[in-house]
Design a protein around this ligand. Sequence first.
Ligand SMILES: C[S@@+](CC[C@H](N)C(=O)[O-])C[C@H]1O[C@@H](n2cnc3c(N)ncnc32)[C@H](O)[C@@H]1O
Length: 252
Amino acid sequence: MNLKQLEANFEALAADDPLWTVLSDNEKRDGMWDEAEFYRTGEGVIDDLESRLKGLGLDLAGHRAIDFGCGVGRLTFPLGRRFKSCCGIDISQSMVDFAESRANRGPNCQFLVNASPSLPAIDDASVDFVYSAIVFQHIAPRFTRQYLKSFAQKLKPGGLLVFQLPSHLNPQFPGNRKPFRILRKRFHYFTKAIAQRIPFVKSESFFEMNAIRRKVLLPFLEEECGLEVLDNQDFPAAGPAWVSYLYIARKR
Ligand SMILES: C[S@@+](CC[C@H](N)C(=O)[O-])C[C@H]1O[C@@H](n2cnc3c(N)ncnc32)[C@H](O)[C@@H]1O
């Protein structure tokens, strides 16, 4: 899916049910998320991130942070409490509008709509910390590589890039035992994306799932992004069907 289609899909999903678009629990569909409970899940994610970093001797603090694919600000607001400023960036205007309307949920936050992998509104070497969770899994790998390179450029030397990305389908997951599972998935997304381009054909918005193998990603981060990978840890944010990692990398 190209970035224009990705934007259209997230825009339609966000305009309809923004909280469920961020955390797609079946029981919470159609506006069933309790908003306070929803935002509390974000506090838990950032507390967990803080203790993972502490385990590596790193602090979750500094001047300028970015929460990439911020959605409604679930993770941006708790990050804003730890940094002097935190900028939530999202491809969807509706998501950013929603986040801005909840500005009282946390200090030090700004929001930005951006659809370009070069992130033109952010200066090079100006950011201390970039975080992204449950975002790159929806972006085609060719664009994810561009975003990762750009974020590496935006970091100050010594700054951290921490993000989650699936590596591959989990072979232990019962639904993944069918032959050619990944090819079938690709074909499924391909036909849905084609259907969306045909005028007058009624097609629903959908999430595309993507992965980059850990063994391919690690040398990419080190050799092409100028990052030192400090750790990669299990992080099952893409659900049980995927093997997914949290990558913790530092700008050289
Ligand atoms: C599942 S939500 C996760 C939101 C947030 N990270 C969280 O965990 O609360 C994915 C978000 O990524 C955004 N997104 C998807 N592709 C993007 C891109 N190329 N650039 C910026 N945001 C993107 C979507 O609009 C959506 O808000």
